[in-house]
Ligand binder design. Structure first.
Ligand code: SF4
Ligand code: SF4
Length: 330
């Protein structure tokens, strides 16, 4: 299976993340499965005219294309021409290239939230007219129409995340190579369900603090970051805390709140990322699937029952009170 990878309007962080795949590394993982890069702007030797010839060969139908991966959003400005982002040496915009190459591909994969939904590049007034490949934030229809289907019959597969977890990309490519991904394997925002059926909250090391609503008030404290520090891990999809980055890292494990980077329009929360908006002291964004009244009742009960160890440690940058050891009576 061959993969053509284009980098559009993004930061390149999704490629950097992919390079962090380990056990085995990305090249061994893909190589062993018979997946090779037709061209990747950072991994391939070809540049300039050689690279352009590869693209032209795919466009002309001389080289069959199994997967078109696009990283970064697609710029449509000014006035829908896409000319704010030209593909060097071709006299054509990236928008034009993507619209021409996507129908030739058996599968199209948007790598990262920029390519999926617009992401960070579409933040603010979005003067560049940045769009996702097939979505504009939460609305279907981006650089490609909402009705677009690649040659396999699938819509654009949105491997959303900022950046994406390397294993989300390799697992998607492995499933495509094995013809083992169908539309039913994608969630309503077309994210692969193998990671989108989990919440970031699952497996977070702060779960015990969450249970008692023992909350951190500053980023250096050990407590749960939902109540005061903007963590939306109870609503955001991703298995980041089940298979952490590099075997051990995630945002919440590093002491930073989850900002739902796998979600469309995460870049515009309308409040600082590290603040929880509240009404009368109640967080506005409550956990998925939980009615507000239940949350209120559970929160007040659990706060009243918080053990001293959890209460003290939640407001500290290290463990101050160790668990009580139970000694068996002889
Ligand atoms: S999704 Fe995030 S990491 Fe990936 S290209 Fe966009 S800004 Fe960079
Ligand atoms: S910090 Fe966030 S992800 Fe972790 S337990 Fe609290 S709400 Fe859940």
């Amino acid at each position: 299976m061959n993969v053509l990878w284009l980098q559009s309007a993004g930061c390149g962080g999704c490629t950097m993340s992919l390079l962090c795949a380990e056990n085995p590394n990305v090249f061994d993982t893909l190589g062993d499965a018979g997946i090779r890069f037709l061209w990747h702007p950072s991994f391939s030797l070809e540049t300039g005219a050689e690279a352009r010839r590869i693209l032209e060969s795919v466009e002309a139908g001389e080289t069959p294309l199994d997967v078109l991966c696009v990283e970064g959003s697609i710029v449509t400005g000014p006035r829908g021409t896409g000319k704010y982002h030209m593909l060097a040496g071709t006299g054509r915009s990236m928008l034009d290239w993507v619209q021409s190459l996507a129908p030739k591909a058996r599968h199209v994969v948007a790598v990262g939230s920029c390519a999926a939904f617009g992401g960070i590049t579409a933040a603010g007034g979005n003067p560049a007219g940045a769009l996702g490949l097939q979505w504009d934030g939460t609305l279907e229809g981006g650089a490609l129409p909402g009705a677009f289907r690649s040659a396999s019959g699938l819509p654009v597969i949105n491997v959303a995340g900022c950046p994406t977890h390397p294993a989300w990309v390799t697992e998607t490519l492995l499933l495509l190579a094995g013809e083992a991904m169908s539309e039913g394997d994608l969630d309503p925002f077309r994210r692969p369900r193998f990671y989108a059926d989990h919440l970031v909250h699952h497996g977070c090391t702060k779960n015990e603090f969450y249970e008692y609503k023992a909350s951190a008030r500053s980023l250096s404290e050990m407590g749960c970051m939902m109540e005061h520090l903007g963590c939306v891990g109870t609503q955001a999809v991703g298995d980041c805390n089940i298979r952490p980055w590099n075997g051990e890292g995630s945002c919440t494990r590093g002491g930073y709140p989850c900002i739902a980077c796998t979600s469309p329009e995460f870049e515009e929360p309308n409040h600082p990322f590290t603040e929880t908006p509240t009404i009368a002291g109640i967080p506005v964004g409550l956990p998925s699937d939980m009615p507000k009244a239940w949350f209120m009742a559970l929160a007040s009960l659990s706060k009243a029952a918080t053990p001293k160890r959890i209460d003290v440690n939640a407001h500290s940058d290290r463990i101050r009170v160790a668990p009580t050891l139970r000694v068996k009576r002889k």
